[in-house]
Design a protein around this ligand. Structure first.
Ligand SMILES: Cc1ncc(COP(=O)(O)O)c(C=O)c1O
Length: 391
């Protein structure tokens, strides 16, 4: 029989093991969920008890609240960030034979959306200082087939959309902002997504405003585009069951909308916490010789990711793994070099900066639930790595 002293010894030993073995997660929403749990469960029950699961009062309320948050007239809930981009491109009449200027250091969905409407991505390189679309390269990429410029606010940092918008205006092109990583990002004194014709957001669970499944939103100031996007997300219907135009089924559902309304209440706080974590990393790591992310001068980052560049990335990945720290890579494979897009995208060396940064980037853990001792472990791992001569 185990006595009390032995029990205590086991539990102390267990604690020690769990302390040394605890993996610092790259993302974990569970602590935050515990704080919001009763409100989320209440929201789910409200929807289930209401008898309305599709395009009901929760979607309408969430659209109004989100529009108010980004300070924009219209918000249209859709089923994912990818669908938000597809719907945006469709209502701008972008399709087969058209080119869309974009970047290749982001994720696949942006390009998948361009291809889904039958258009061709025309990739340009990024600015090596901030890893955002280089506005200097936009004009020279414009051809007679160009209809749209689609920058991504990478990592929640503001892309130079005011410069790009000016070029778009001069050439009669549509600017669509990919804001999937940029809820709470400020450009000038506006929210990302409100500078171009349409801003497209994702509510994928890891995003700044993450749901409990898939979801997305288009925002616009233009009432005609807004009405067309509402048609597009539901078979081309207006307030009838008649297809006035060829449309899709990509509606945000009531359950996600109800949960996202709760999450939206906490968004300003969670962005503030992300900024605090970024500030902590900047302060703690300032004395190390690292290629830290640039602090934007044209607005304010929402710090969706905190991306550091390392010339010996593989060694650093192993180093972090040894210290039980999960890190991310956003993104490892430039989209223009992926097999699916090689044929349309110009092949290797087309985008030298993109190709270089994709070999170097590591995203440190940053999410509102990240514990302070985990932040300290990340910084300690970087200090000891530098001391060990890894840079
Ligand atoms: C920049 C960017 N665009 C588009 C998307 C697509 O969003 P979703 O996963 O909701 O379709 C994502 C998310 O992965 C993203 O990061």
């Amino acid at each position: 029989m185990i006595d009390d002293t032995q029990l205590e010894q086991i539990s102390t030993a267990k604690q020690r093991v769990s302390q040394t073995e605890r993996i610092v997660p790259a993302f974990d929403y569970l602590d935050g969920f515990q704080l919001q749990r009763s409100k989320i469960l209440e929201a789910i029950a409200r929807v289930l008890d209401s008898g309305t699961l599709i395009l009901g009062p929760e979607v309408t309320a969430f659209e109004n609240e989100f529009a108010q948050y980004v300070n924009c007239k219209h918000a249209i809930g859709v089923s994912s960030g990818t669908d938000a981009l597809v719907v945006a491109l469709r209502v701008l009449d972008i399709g087969s034979g058209h080119e869309v200027i974009t970047v290749a250091n982001g994720p696949v969905p942006t390009i998948a959306a361009i291809r889904a409407v039958g258009a061709t991505p025309r990739f340009i390189d990024v600015d090596p200082n901030n890893l955002q679309m280089d506005p200097q390269l936009v004009s020279q990429a414009i051809t007679s087939a160009t209809r749209c410029v689609l920058p991504i606010h990478m990592y929640g940092s503001p892309a130079p959309v005011f410069c790009i918008e000016k070029i778009c205006r001069e050439h009669g092109l549509a600017l669509v902002e990919d804001c999937a990583q940029a809820h709470g990002t400020i450009v000038g004194d506006q929210h990302a997504g409100t500078i171009g014709k349409i801003g497209c957001f994702s509510f994928y669970p890891t995003k700044n405003l993450g749901g409990f499944g898939d979801g997305g939103m288009c925002v616009t100031e233009d009432p005609i585009l807004a009405a067309r996007m509402r048609e597009q997300r539901c078979y081309g219907f207006r307030n009838d069951r008649v297809a006035h135009v060829e449309g899709l089924n990509c509606r945000l559902d009531e359950l996600q909308a109800a949960c996202l309304r709760v999450r939206l209440e906490y968004l300003p706080t969670s962005i503030a916490v992300r900024r605090q974590i970024a500030f902590y990393y900047q302060e703690q790591l300032a004395c190390l010789d690292l290629q830290m992310p640039l602090i934007p001068s044209c607005g304010e980052s929402s710090w969706h990711q905190f991306v550091v560049r390392f010339s010996r990335r593989d060694a650093w990945i192993q180093w972090f793994a040894k210290q039980q720290i999960s890190v991310g890579i956003h993104y490892e494979h430039p989209v223009h070099l992926m097999p699916a897009y090689l044929r349309i995208a110009g092949g290797p060396d087309a985008l030298p900066i993109t190709e270089q940064v994709c070999k170097e980037v590591i995203s440190l853990p940053i999410f509102p639930e990240l514990r302070r001792d985990d932040m300290a472990r990340v910084c300690q791992a970087l200090r000891s790595g530098v001391e060990a001569g890894l840079t």
